[in-house]
Design a protein around this ligand. Structure first.
Ligand SMILES: Nc1ncnc2c1ncn2[C@@H]1O[C@H](COP(=O)(O)OP(=O)(O)OP(=O)(O)O)[C@@H](O)[C@H]1O
Ligand SMILES: [Mg+2]
Length: 355
């Protein structure tokens, strides 16, 4: 029995060994953590309880063939899905049940399905509009030049919306592909932010938002990708302008500091804050998920697809930086980007891959 004990203990995932009478002979520490400390010597029916796994074990014991089943459990992370495989052990009459954690795969599959559904949905809306207008232009509006002009205007807007969406998706997938490659060019961050803010002047005017800046005439570099850093500034400032409403203030500041605690090294900070409506705490952790919008109707009206902050997050990750979002409803929001300024130590990133 000692040998069985060591063999079962050596299995790197939860494993239990059941004899031909259904008694649990051995279990490893991982299995005892999953079920209970006292499963040894008990009958598997009493110890495991879930019908799917009971059936699989029963069948393996009776037929001498390998069976498998899904096993659901919960731990501090939430629901966990296991794939249990029950394998008869030679001609001992014993069956070894091993539990492989499939949660990550299940989640990845779910994410992929959600992603495809989201993309299809976002593309379908403008496409349906385009098809509708084309039909109208062919039919009733055929000879009406004013209507035609108006419809063409809408069609152009819808088509550019699709164009933007596809562009954003492409840059996200490009970013994902190169996320492990840290950019190496010295980039003048203040100048990059300055030109991004400058380019958004007309948008600010249109939304009657007052933009103030500080530190944009600074002179220091970060190791980065200039286009991507410009994208970060653009997306953050554009959001602040779009979602804050007329009469509010947006402040953009850039500075360089030594030994910043968030990245444990010399850092460059970009802070975009606004005096807009703010974001409910509930939404804040999810803002960097693809397609996540607080008020999807309002955002969509402004041409938004909910990819802007996902792109920001990926770029910041690629630069080995940190993004922090602070917001209070009624008071406004503050988006802080901390970038390592120079030759930072390489750290192992546990970036949340698909957010
Ligand atoms: N400064 C802000 N104030 C209030 N809400 C904001 C602010 N920035 C972002 N949000 C909210 O976060 C959501 C996600 O922003 P994100 O930039 O990712 O997408 P979007 O602006 O809707 O679309 P896109 O940027 O792709 O055009 C927005 O829809 C908006 O609801
Ligand atoms: Mg945006």
């Amino acid at each position: 029995m000692d040998m069985w004990d060591s063999v079962v203990e050596a299995i790197p995932i939860p494993g239990i060994l059941v004899d031909q009478n259904g008694r649990i002979l051995e279990s490893n520490a991982a299995a005892r953590q999953l079920f209970s400390d006292q499963i040894n010597d008990r009958h598997y029916i009493a110890a495991l309880r879930q019908p799917s796994i009971l059936d699989a074990l029963e069948q393996a014991l009776a037929s001498g063939e390998t069976t498998s089943a899904q096993f659901l459990a919960a731990d501090e992370r939430g629901d966990v899905t296991f794939e249990a495989t029950c394998t008869p052990v030679g001609d001992t009459g014993h069956v070894l049940a091993c539990f492989e954690d499939r949660t990550a795969m299940e989640e990845a599959g779910q994410m992929r399905r959600d992603f495809v559904a989201n993309v299809s949905h976002e593309l379908r809306t403008p496409l349906t509009a385009l098809l509708g207008f084309i039909e109208t232009l062919r039919g009733t509006a055929r000879d009406d030049t004013t209507v035609r002009e108006r419809f063409l205007g809408i069609m152009e807007r819808e088509a550019s919306r699709m164009n933007r969406l596809v562009g954003d998706l492409l840059s996200l997938s490009r970013l994902e592909a190169e996320e492990r490659l840290r950019p190496t060019d010295p980039v003048q961050l203040p100048a990059v932010v300055r030109s991004a803010v400058h380019a958004l002047g007309p948008l600010a005017a249109e939304h009657e938002v007052h933009v103030t800046t500080s530190g944009l005439d600074g002179d220091f570099t970060v190791l980065g990708d200039a286009d991507q850093l410009a994208q970060v500034a653009t997306n953050l400032v554009e959001n602040a302008i779009k979602y804050s409403g007329p009469g509010t203030n947006v402040d953009v500041s850039v500075q360089s500091t030594d030994a910043h605690p968030m990245i444990q090294g010399d850092a460059a900070l970009l802070v975009v804050s606004d005096t807009g409506a703010g974001i409910d705490m509930f939404h804040v952790p999810r803002l960097t998920e693809r397609f996540y919008r607080v008020d999807s109707h309002r955002s969509r009206e402004m041409g938004g697809t909910g990819l802007g902050l996902a792109i920001v997050k990926h770029i910041v990750n690629r630069h080995r930086g940190r993004l922090r979002i602070e917001s209070e409803t009624g008071k406004g929001s503050r988006f802080l980007v901390v970038l390592p300024r120079g030759e930072a130590r390489e750290r192992h990133e546990n970036s949340d891959e698909l957010s």
